[in-house]
Design a protein around this ligand. Structure first.
Ligand code: PMP
Ligand code: GLU
Length: 389
């Protein structure tokens, strides 16, 4: 065929950097290379047994047909209960849509509310898919520039008449920081004063070592203008199950559901029954996983501090964002090709952190120790090269 013209929409975006790099790491591993993958944000734990069994039971019971497009009612009820108990969000069933992963909830929500010319405020650095989803929805991403204090971005300087949405993510990917109630109140005030929506991605809410998680949708007058995003991938190590959800005013959920009905039809039926078990069953797994992440985080903080490297102070999630003092794309490429360690360059997360790299510590302690050894060798070699040139 001669006419290979693609849509302008798709021309605006690149493949997800995190998934692309981990794909390369997987290929190298398949060739027998000793690769340490610290690129992708994916818990290295298996999904807890009780959740797996609930999925198998559902399949055996014939929960293998189409589900209601918005999700299985029992799961929606469990989510509503969880939101009240854990987040202080007073949602009803009509305010929830279950999606195939939290990423699809972000996509559907942006497709449902954004128009050409609308501006979407993103905090630099931000997770890789917000910008792409805003671009697919014809909107314009506006990056809030570098701030001295990672916890207090000067968002107010970036609001215009065209601002439709502010995206926040706490605990944050890639920074690992947890936003304070005061910072969230500042965002609430801006949203109310300028009549703006807020998308609050809370997918790491249970992975916290310091500080406390607050849901902005629970603040006065915020429910009607907040889309809360959450999912099962991180808390319950369920990345491959593809299960997430959005919570928003009913009129937005209805529009998202229209998109869902014409795209995926519904999230996989038996997976949703596993989701019910995840929310209602034993939660001790989460505690164990978080304490192991904390052990790894503490080790990395000590090592990077000893090397005198600048990094954002990780209080949650499972990333450490570190200044490697050289072009991050070059660093990541060399670190992978020469030392077989996969990490993600800061350029994937925004505009300004070109010398920063995201290291995901969702991998074994042994791998993390080995990564540090290889990192030291890399730095030594770089310093020698620098001296020679
Ligand atoms: N939000 C953030 C901040 C993430 O890091 C991820 C990780 N993929 C997601 C959303 C999407 O998660 P999933 O689609 O696996 O539920
Ligand atoms: N959220 C994870 C990450 O940032 C998974 C990959 C992705 O969905 O982008 O690495």
């Amino acid at each position: 065929m001669k006419n290979k013209k693609i849509s302008e929409r798709v021309e605006r975006i690149k493949p997800s950097a995190t998934l692309r790099i981990s794909g390369i790491a997987k290929e190298l591993k398949a060739k027998g290379e000793d690769v340490i993958d610290m690129s992708v944000g994916e818990p290295d734990f298996n999904t807890p047994e009780n959740i797996i069994n609930a999925g198998i039971k559902a399949m055996k019971e014939g929960k293998t047909k189409y589900a209601p497009t918005k999700g299985v009612p029992e799961l929606i009820e469990a989510i509503v209960e969880k939101l009240r108990k854990d987040n202080g969000i007073k949602a009803e069933d009509e305010n929830v849509i279950v999606t195939s992963g939290a990423k699809y909830a972000v996509y559907e929500a942006m497709m449902a509310i954004l128009n050409k010319g609308d501006e979407v405020v993103l905090l630099d650095p931000s997770w890789v898919s917000y910008e792409a989803c805003a671009l697919l929805a014809d909107a314009k991403p506006i990056w809030v520039a570098y701030y001295e204090d990672f916890r207090d971005a000067p968002i107010e300087e970036y609001i215009s008449k065209k601002t439709k949405l502010i995206v926040i993510n706490s605990p944050n990917n890639p920074l690992g920081i947890v936003y304070s109630k005061e910072f969230l109140k500042k965002i609430r005030d801006l949203a109310l004063d300028y009549d703006i929506f807020v998308m609050s991605d809370e997918i790491y809410e249970k992975i916290i070592f310091e500080g406390e998680h607050h849901s902005i949708a629970s603040f006065d007058d915020m429910f009607e203008r907040t889309i809360t995003i959450n999912g099962f991938s991180k808390t319950y190590a369920m990345t491959g199950w593809r299960l997430g959800y959005a919570v928003a005013p009913e009129w937005i959920i209805k529009e998202m559901n229209k998109i869902q009905s014409h795209s995926i039809s519904s999230p996989t039926t038996f997976v949703q029954y596993a989701g019910i078990e995840a929310l209602k069953g034993d939660q001790s797994f989460v505690k164990r996983m978080v304490s192991e992440f904390k052990r790894r985080r503490d080790f990395l903080i000590d090592e990077f501090s000893e090397m005198d490297l600048e990094f954002a102070p990780p209080e949650g999630a499972f990333y450490i964002f570190v200044n490697v003092e050289m072009n991050s794309e070059k660093f990541c490429q060399e670190f992978l090709e020469r030392y077989h360690v996969a990490t993600t360059p800061g350029t994937a997360f925004g505009r300004q952190f070109n010398n920063w790299v995201r290291v995901s510590y969702a991998t074994s302690f042994e791998n993390i120790k080995e990564m540090i050894e290889r990192f030291k060798k890399f730095r030594k070699r770089e310093k020698n090269l620098f001296r020679l040139s």
